[in-house]
Design a protein around this ligand. Structure first.
Ligand code: IVH
Length: 715
């Protein structure tokens, strides 16, 4: 979600806000906070400090204190657990927590070994051993033990300063409170990785989703999110694990090699990863990388590569660091992973704008360290094996339910199906039939020319689109009911009080009958309810252009709504024409619509489609029982061209095309874009072409610009 630009209201003191300003600022803050939550929880990449975040939340809550109406059911302040105060004390690391350089190829690994030999001036035949360890994809942690007792746990942070998460870390079973063994150094900083297993991650996300809380993108983020809880009880409820593999400050070294240290860590009571090996050559290292890569999918935790560390600690010491990574270790990453799995079925999701999006439901499989169960299928053509440019993709192979497919994940993007393993295609697999009905509401779903997307036409009745349409319906350029904006419509929708536009206008009637009165809603008193009903009543009379716009028909923005309102004049005429036009493109009504200046075929089709859906008409009829629709604006009716249809063509010399149109419309004429037998006048400037011929064919009066001015009495 994009964070909106700071608004001027963002500087206003809460005490000085008007209700309108407060509503705006509250909504702005909500969007901003949600964005931060998403970056914090899902991406684990916050963009503000904890203090800044807390300030936003305090302001949000202060606004709700002053204007309780804003504290709707889905207010962020009602969400338990989603409002952790994020401040943790800072901890300076006694020894910085550095990162590793990456090797991506076999040569990179060979170069790494060569560099070490060269740096240490070792002979060719001098044995050189490395530990080879899996690189755990979690978050690194530094645990400080003094006299064998855990005193502080800190996250890596920027490497120099992390966050104090001692209370949270104490809830991990795999982090001992006391170190075991006889010879424990007075100061020991044990470092390693906190992680969550893949099954625990999936179970946590299921619980999060059920509770309406944010879900995590991968186990790494869920481990980070679970650990950074202000309330350690929450951390305790999430099973986190710890592998020890390194150290920071040590008052004494209990071993002389990395492998010796791993053994000591284990003896002291930590888990160390059981897969580590000693590699005595580059070949050994590469073999470990290969073997571990094959193991990867079977492990119940994520790894994103392997790490090689020079075994001898005295040599490590001599090699030291370059910038922020040691010269004695390197991470050998795994490539962006692909995996094959079976496509179980295709789910069609309906977006808030009615777009039907196919999603592949897969047998769960681990790809790039993440358990994948869904993959994007983009659209109908993609399933058929046709790309955006119309050219074949995957060699033109279509995707069928039951197919074994290759999926690829790159970074955090949604996994893609990159190929179909045709030899594994079940004999009875059939080409996928993309639905032409919306799965959410049953309305027909149509695909516009040149558009890859199929859309549901049941805008007003489709549950997937309802809330979005209602929000639009009450927006500023539509019905614009004072005190009944997006937030209120959402809350009333959630309560089942307003499901369709007409419901807004029957609120008062129903309120009088109902047992549970609006007045009993939180934040609503007698006066505010009275004001709300008055504000709704004030909008019972609405201009046609606003009504058309409010319907939220695709491609019909304010301008097109105005053009259409002017053209049809009244809602009855409009509906009659649409009923006709719905019968086909050859009807006069369709031709008439398509020839309206400024209305192209795409817009015309979207408009006709909307009225073709019987349930849209039902909703509109219910609404029309409650409201009165007036023509767009008073146009002069007693002029020589009132009610006539005029077409302008050629280059006009005394006025621009727009001026000409506006003038004709002001005088009550309809301006069309093409000549038909319904045209009364063709006003032709120099260079008029085919329209002139058309006019002759249909016996339409042809006027010069001057003739036109004479006709309307403005010579
Ligand atoms: S050694 C001086 N060993 O990888 C470097 N790191 O990119 C000490 N990691 O921040 C790190 N598994 O979070 C080391 N077996 C392992 C590791 C490992 C995962 C992470 C660690 C570190 C990052 C470096």
């Amino acid at each position: 979600m994009a964070t909106p630009k700071p608004h001027r209201d963002s500087r206003l003191a809460v005490d000085e806000m008007t209700e309108r300003q407060a509503t705006r600022e509250h909504a702005r803050l909500e969007a901003e906070i949600k964005g931060h939550d998403e970056r914090y929880y899902q991406k684990d990449a916050p963009t503000v400090s904890d203090a800044e975040y807390d300030a936003l939340r305090r302001r949000y809550e202060a606004i709700e204190q002053r204007f309780p109406d804003l504290r709707t059911l889905d207010s962020l302040s009602r969400k338990v657990g989603a409002a952790p105060s994020r401040g943790f004390a800072k901890v300076r690391h006694a020894v910085p927590m550095l990162s590793l350089q990456n090797a991506f190829s076999e040569e990179d690994v060979a170069d790494f070994a060569t560099r070490i030999r060269r740096f240490l001036n070792l002979k060719e035949d001098e044995p050189l051993a490395f530990t080879a360890e899996p690189k755990i994809d979690g978050l690194s942690m530094s645990l400080r033990y003094e006299n064998g007792a855990l005193v502080k746990a800190a996250t890596r942070g920027d490497g120099f300063e992390g966050e104090d998460v001692t209370a949270n870390i104490r809830t991990l079973k795999e982090v001992p409170d006391k170190l075991k063994g006889k010879h424990i150094p007075a100061v020991c900083e044990v470092r390693g990785e906190v992680y969550m297993t893949k099954p625990d991650f999936l179970a946590l996300n299921r619980r999060q989703a059920e509770a309406g809380e944010p879900v995590f993108a991968n186990p790494r983020n869920s481990a980070a999110g679970s650990l950074r809880q202000k309330d350690a009880r929450i951390t305790a409820s999430r099973t986190l694990h710890f592998f020890a593999y390194a150290w920071g400050e040590m008052s004494e070294m209990p071993a002389e090699t990395q492998s010796g240290m791993l053994k000591w860590l284990k003896a002291a009571g930590f888990q160390t990863n059981p897969l580590w090996r000693l590699a005595r050559s580059v070949e050994d290292m590469l073999a470990f990388h290969r073997d571990t890569g094959l193991e990867r999918a079977k492990l119940d935790y994520d790894i994103d590569g392997v790490v090689y560390k020079l075994d001898r600690l005295d040599w490590q010491e001599r090699l030291g660091f370059v910038s922020r990574s040691p010269r004695w270790a390197i991470a050998h990453k795994f490539p962006a992973e692909r995996a094959t799995t079976v496509l179980r079925y295709i789910e069609i999701q309906v977006g808030r704008t009615g777009a039907l999006t196919p999603v592949a439901k897969l047998e769960p499989v681990t790809v790039g360290g993440v358990v994948v169960q869904n993959a994007s299928l983009h659209n109908e053509d993609y399933i058929k094996g046709i790309g955006n440019d119309g050219n074949p993709i995957r060699g033109g192979t279509d995707i069928r339910v039951g197919d074994t497919v290759t999926i690829q994940r790159a970074g955090d993007v949604i996994p893609q199906i990159v190929d179909v393993v045709l030899v594994k295609r079940p004999k009875n697999a059939k080409p996928y039939q993309f639905p032409d009905k919306c799965p959410a509401c049953g309305s027909h779903a149509v695909r516009e020319e040149d558009e890859a997307v199929r859309r549901c036409t049941g805008g007003l009745i489709c549950p997937a689109q309802q809330i979005e349409r209602l929000r639009h319906f009450v927006s500023r350029n539509a019905f614009d009911i004072e005190g009944f904006g997006e937030k209120q419509v959402e809350a009333f929708f959630a309560d089942g009080l307003v499901m369709s536009p007409a419901d807004i206008f029957t609120l008062e009637k129903r309120d009088r009958r109902a047992e549970k009165k609006l007045m009993e809603r939180e934040g609503y008193g007698e006066t505010s309810v009275r004001n709300l009903f008055a504000a709704i009543d004030a909008r019972r009379t609405i201009q046609l252009n606003r009504l058309i716009y409010a319907l939220g028909i695709r491609h019909i923005g304010e301008t097109n709504a105005r053009i259409l309102a002017r053209h049809y004049g009244a809602i009855e005429a409009l509906r009659k024409a649409m009923k006709e036009a719905g019968k086909g493109k050859e009807t006069e009504a369709y031709e008439d619509l398509n020839s309206v200046e400024g209305i192209g075929e795409i817009v015309a089709d979207a408009f006709v489609e909307f009225f073709k859906e019987p349930r849209n008409n039902e909703v509109l009829e219910q609404l029309l029982k409650e409201i009165e629709v007036t023509p767009m604006e008073a146009v002069k009716r007693d002029t020589p061209v009132a009610g006539k249809t005029v077409v302008f063509t050629g280059s006009l010399e005394k006025m621009t095309r727009d001026e000409a149109k506006a003038m004709a419309e002001r005088l009550g004429a309809k301006v069309a874009g093409s000549v038909s037998k319904k045209t009364d006048y063709l006003v032709a400037g120099p260079g008029a072409g085919s329209k002139l011929a058309e006019a002759k064919k249909h016996d339409v009066a042809v006027l010069s610009e001057d003739d036109w001015f004479k006709l309307v009495g403005r010579a």
